[in-house]
Design a protein around this ligand. Structure first.
Ligand code: NIG
Ligand code: FE
Length: 406
């Protein structure tokens, strides 16, 4: 398939570049008046400037006229909790009336409320409710998604979630990665210690389904010591960590995550220089979730400082019923530009290549690179990168290609 008359081809990255850090965040390859060819296996076969080098005509090839639209990599959303049942609308009212996230959780709401709903919902129904969100995200341009467990909080519920994630991954063209987040909150009826032991006991069965292990290492949830034990058990079954840290306090979770070779440490609304130092020189991608900062009214984090000290940054939606009921990565880009003062190019790198890295997928997707999956967004005519976060509600997508298919 040939895409011709592309106005701007954005997000071109040389082969072998798996993430961007520091000043590299300010760069992205852009070609004007371009073409792009998709191979029969759904990967990017090549691209170029229309004037300089037009591809050979292939009579059997499907040709799509982009009509001057922009083509960019599909969004990679490296942190979501989209397998959940029902909603938490009642807590939305509590929040409007002044209760904080922690106060709602302390009253038995929050994650435990979602766990009750999930455990009462048949697996098939859970799959269908979750698939609606996957469809919504794909229509909004997302082509790879990490999905966490963590609303079961008992062996039966957690495995149900992991099976649903697997079923989603087998039924959609987007790339899906699965994370075991048994340590999201202490399950009902357990003491803290008994539940940590239960998580350790669940690990071998969870590892049959999950790619990664996650812990909510934060004030009132799990300690760095709990996290250390859980990550060690995960490593025995080949699960690499992705960590929730520093959302509600300075938790020590960043340091534990880095020590265990975490692929990413996420949230980071509250960070000191010690966390920045711990991340430097590591393979761990700092990931921020501006949708939850926006929804909860908490700080947006020190993204610009991270970048100026040489760190990379990924951004994800955190789509979940309690702190970010939204999976639109274009709005994540807009929040990054408006609230975190990232440039559109920095935001693009954070929602594509770096968020692919945070799922261990940046060798397969997240940029315009020959050989990678043709996971692409084709915009309406005349769009530019800057206009995406700037006019953040204007319809902009013409089609979304997942592995070359729209
Ligand atoms: O990433 N912080 C922990 N987990 C989610 C919220 C989950 C929930 O409230 O249901 C988050 O914000
Ligand atoms: Fe989360």
């Amino acid at each position: 398939m040939l895409l011709k008359n592309i106005g701007e081809l954005v997000g071109i990255v040389p082969q072998g570049v798996l993430r961007k850090q520091g000043s590299e965040m300010n760069e992205t390859g852009i070609l004007h008046d371009a073409w792009l060819r998709i191979a029969p296996d759904g990967t990017i076969a090549g691209f170029g400037s229309t004037g300089a080098l037009y591809p050979d005509d292939d009579k059997d090839e499907e040709v799509i006229d982009a009509e001057g639209g922009m083509v960019m990599p599909g969004f990679c959303d490296s942190h979501t909790h989209i397998v959940y049942a029902g909603s938490r609308e009642g807590e939305f009212i509590d929040k409007i009336n002044g209760l904080s996230y922690e106060q709602i959780a302390a009253r038995g709401g929050g994650i435990l409320n979602s766990a009750d709903l999930l455990n009462a919902t048949p697996e098939d129904e859970l799959y269908h409710q979750s698939m609606e969100r996957v469809q919504e995200m794909m229509a909004a341009g997302t082509t790879s998604i990490e999905i966490k467990s963590g609303y079961g909080l008992c062996p039966e519920g957690e495995l149900k979630m992991l099976r649903v994630i697997r079923r989603i991954s087998e039924s959609v063209p987007a790339l899906i990665r699965s994370t075991f987040l048994g340590a999201h909150a202490v399950g009902r009826g357990y003491t803290h210690e008994a539940y940590v032991q239960e998580i350790l006991d669940m690990m071998p069965r969870a590892a049959e389904y999950a790619d990664f292990v996650d812990v909510f290492c934060d004030t009132g949830f799990f300690s760095p010591e709990d996290t250390d034990r859980i990550l060690e058990a995960g490593a025995r079954y080949g699960l690499r960590p992705k960590i929730h840290a520093n959302e509600l306090g300075v938790s020590g979770g960043v340091q534990v995550g880095v020590a265990h070779g975490a692929l990413s440490v996420d949230h980071l609304e509250q960070t000191t220089n010690a966390e920045i130092e711990a991340l430097k020189g590591s393979g761990t991608m700092p990931t921020m979730l501006p949708g939850s900062s926006f929804f909860l009214g908490i700080p947006f984090g020190r993204a610009k400082e991270f970048i100026s000290t040489g760190l990379g940054l990924a951004l994800a939606s955190d789509y979940n019923p309690g702190s970010s009921p939204m999976g639109d990565m274009r709005f994540v880009m807009a929040l990054a530009c408006i609230k975190m003062r990232l440039t559109p190019v920095q935001a693009l790198n954070a929602v594509t290549l770096n968020s692919a890295y945070a799922m261990g997928l940046s060798d397969q997707t997240g940029s315009i690179t020959p050989g990678k999956r043709a996971d692409l967004i084709l915009t309406r005519p005349g769009w530019t990168l800057t206009r995406i976060p700037y006019t953040y509600r204007t319809p902009w997508i013409r089609s979304v290609f997942k592995k070359g298919r729209s």
